[in-house]
Design a protein around this ligand. Sequence first.
Ligand code: NAD
Length: 317
Amino acid sequence: MKVLANDGISASGKEKLEAAGFEVDTTKVAQEQLANHINENKVNVLLVRSATKVRKDLIDATLDNLKFIGRGGVGMDNIDVDYAREKGITVQNTPAASTRSVAELVFAHLSGMTRYLFDANQKMPLEGDSKFKELKKNYAAGTELKGKTIGIIGFGRIGQEVAKIAFGYGMQVKAVDPYVEEAQVDLDFFDGQKVSFTVKPESMETVLAHSDFITVHIAGAGKTLIGAKEIGQMKDNAGIINTARGGVVDEEALLDALDKGKLRYAALDVFVNEPTPAMKVLMSPYTSLSPHIGAATLEAQDRIGTELADHIIEKLG
Ligand code: NAD
């Protein structure tokens, strides 16, 4: 059986598949040549991340060969999932593999943001030798995370992992999730000790009004959850972090609130119009930015690869 990992696969995943007798090709085939490549090389398993699109036309054109479509990561908006399944093709993602990595990125942004590191990292190489004292003064109003309240919108896998880290920091946790009544969040420590917290999601209005930071972790593309109205309900000088999907936090409303001083800062890992985000979003002086790297850790890539390999071996091995 042949596997085409068009957006790559971890070495551990490749090794696992090869040990089970699969042939793994990591050639990056251009979108328009994909159907031909799959048919000519009799590819049975197509592995993608977010770059490769698997739409109806590709599925129709490769039905004789394709048996399994694997998506490394969570969102499957680049795949016509229902259509593929109707045609008898297995479609599988790895929803849990990147949970911890995304949650840790939230805190990378949050810790950096509250000490203005995103700005200091840009200005120190340029002015660190000539304006050291001025810069020091600029960043004098940093804040600690301990004792602050984080409002988590979407209390699923990543939302709950964010809560674990927040509890570790000594933060208060509030959550919004219409589909979660109550969640037990377990913190596991290196020496085997455990501490459990129970979180009961509250209304959006309450959480917006009482949080120093809002972080968004809902599933589903295309929904704008935090717009001008919601930002208006937030505390003054609060911060927003979006690592979910571009547009879940309205970019225009966010920039407006930052420019007007309603919000102090924001962090964005995801953007409307990826991979060419709006320049005004990228140029905002109040934003901590990263290019959609939530799942981009060695550990998550490893888990994604081995999880997919396990699914493929179980189904086709
Ligand atoms: P999940 O399905 O485990 O959790 C999502 C939660 O959102 C669910 O509990 C659901 O009930 C809740 N929800 C749905 N609609 C809501 C609403 N209107 N208001 C409040 N809550 C709502 O998903 P997850 O694994 O935690 O992933 C969350 C998001 O993270 C996804 O959008 C995914 O695309 C994104 N993600 C980003 C990266 C990255 O690289 N930045 C990596 C992985 C995942």
